[in-house]
Design a protein around this ligand. Structure first.
Ligand SMILES: [Mg+2]
Length: 349
């Protein structure tokens, strides 16, 4: 028997389920049950989610079984994206929203230098659908964004849950990863004098990168394998804020050399769209504070960092943007000297 909470959605059809009472619940416009939608979605998923040897039972049972190729610690992370906070369902393609929901979790696994293994996906769908899509079509579109990214990173989509409610679209993904023999990359291993390195370019993610980014999983694994990294974090909320977080966890402060920050073309584009008087200063502000870059910020001893910069072992550039210092706090440094930098960033609210 299914637990009451799981059948509560059957109210959608206007039927009463014993053991569950909610007299305030209004009858639906259409006689489509959540259960019916879930079954249709499950049919679609069974057809479209490729079998994965790691998820032994497929989507047939009450819970997923994941086999591990080797004994190692596992890494778990979860992230929720919500309409009106992380995206706007009326304007953003739900396929991109689905991709984003899995991508942010893979980015957190990358930050830990973990190999992604599997993910489960929970979706709360607005009762009336959204963006001209019925709830079922909306759920399928989300998965059409999730599945290609899962395939790219060999992530088994091992299960999930779907609900319909009187609220905005919410997609919550929980991802499972595995550590290599090098162990986890953490925020806390930085030391005063370490150089700060960043992958890719920053800022302007609002113009599309926030959806279409490729999580830096391969880059993190390669760097962690080949070099002695001290600390790492993914830049989800902005270089300034995430650098201050890494520094604080390492018991240090951080200096960002603003002239060295790699500013993305989208940061300049955004500055132009906003008719900024000082285009470069505005683009730099975007690079420091926009967030949703999903690049890696790493700390390593100066000689290690110099080797990485010399080797440039990644497909994307890796840049020296500053250093950790003994005194707590966050500073920016440029030709005018060193002064405090507000750890502003993109705060989820
Ligand atoms: Mg993170």
């Amino acid at each position: 028997m299914r637990p009451a909470a799981a059948v509560a959605g059957l109210y959608e059809a206007g039927c009463r389920i014993s053991g569950v009472s909610d007299p305030g619940y209004s009858c639906p416009r259409r006689a489509i049950t959540v259960e019916g939608m879930e079954l249709e979605l499950l049919d679609w998923l069974r057809e479209h989610v490729p079998p994965h040897p790691r998820a032994k039972l497929g989507l047939t049972d009450d819970a997923a079984v994941i086999s591990l190729a080797r004994r190692s610690d596992i890494v778990l992370t979860t992230d929720t994206v919500t309409d009106g906070v992380d995206f706007r369902v009326g304007t953003d393609d739900p396929r991109r929203i689905g991709r984003q929901a899995l991508g942010v979790n893979l980015s957190d696994l990358a930050a830990m230098a973990a190999e992604p293994l599997a993910a489960v996906v929970s979706v709360a769908l607005p009762r009336g659908g959204a963006g001209n899509r019925e709830p079922l079509a909306l759920a399928i579109a989300l998965y059409e964004g999730i599945l290609p990214l899962a395939a790219e990173f060999d992530v088994a989509i091992a299960g999930g849950d779907t609900n319909i409610f009187d609220g905005p679209l919410v997609v919550s993904v929980t991802a499972l990863g595995q550590l290599t023999e090098r162990g986890p990359l953490t925020r806390s291993g930085g030391r005063p004098g370490d150089w700060l390195l960043v992958t890719g370019a920053l800022g302007g993610s609002l113009l599309g990168h926030m959806f279409d980014f490729t999580p830096r999983v391969r880059e993190a694994l390669l760097l962690h394998q080949r070099y002695e990294l001290h600390a790492g974090i993914d830049i989800s909320d902005g270089l300034a804020l995430d650098a201050s977080r890494l520094a604080a966890e390492s018991g240090c402060g951080a200096v960002i050399v603003t002239e060295q920050v790699p500013i993305s073309p989208d940061a300049y584009r955004l500055a132009e769209q906003q008719r900024a008087v000082d285009r470069h200063a505005a683009a730099l502000r975007h690079a420091l504070g926009d967030g949703q870059d999903f690049e890696l910020l790493l700390a390593a001893a100066p000689d290690t960092a110099q080797a990485i910069l010399r080797d440039q072992p990644l497909a994307c550039p890796i840049t020296h943007v500053g250093e950790l210092v003994a005194a707590p706090g966050l500073w920016q440094q440029d030709s005018a000297g060193r002064r405090p930098l507000e750890p502003s960033g993109w705060l989820h609210q």
